[in-house]
Design a protein around this ligand. Sequence first.
Ligand code: HEM
Length: 76
Amino acid sequence: MSEPTLSFERDVKPLFREKDRASMSKAFDLWSAADVAAHGEAIAGRLRDGSMPCDGPWPAEQIETFTRWLDADARP
Ligand code: HEM
């Protein structure tokens, strides 16, 4: 049985708060699947090393959802 397909709109976008989007808007748009995919490795790196978000790291489960979406095919 394969894992269910992850969707940006349904599964990933809701993980980014308005505050995250606003804080990072000069670098990329965290509510845009295309932008997040384009900066996916940098974003995944910061999530994994715990340096982003600036006010506290994500739980492992959220990081896993993000990297699974990115590694699959980063679909909208
Ligand atoms: C899940 C949410 C967030 C993600 C995925 C994220 C991701 C990133 C990434 C990938 C960079 C490096 C950008 C580059 O070098 O071009 C970065 C830098 C930065 N972020 Fe965020 N960010 C998030 C939330 C926030 C929040 C809430 C703040 C604080 C208000 C913040 C403040 C900054 C600052 C000040 C930098 C530049 C300094 C540095 O590189 O550490 N970010 N972020």
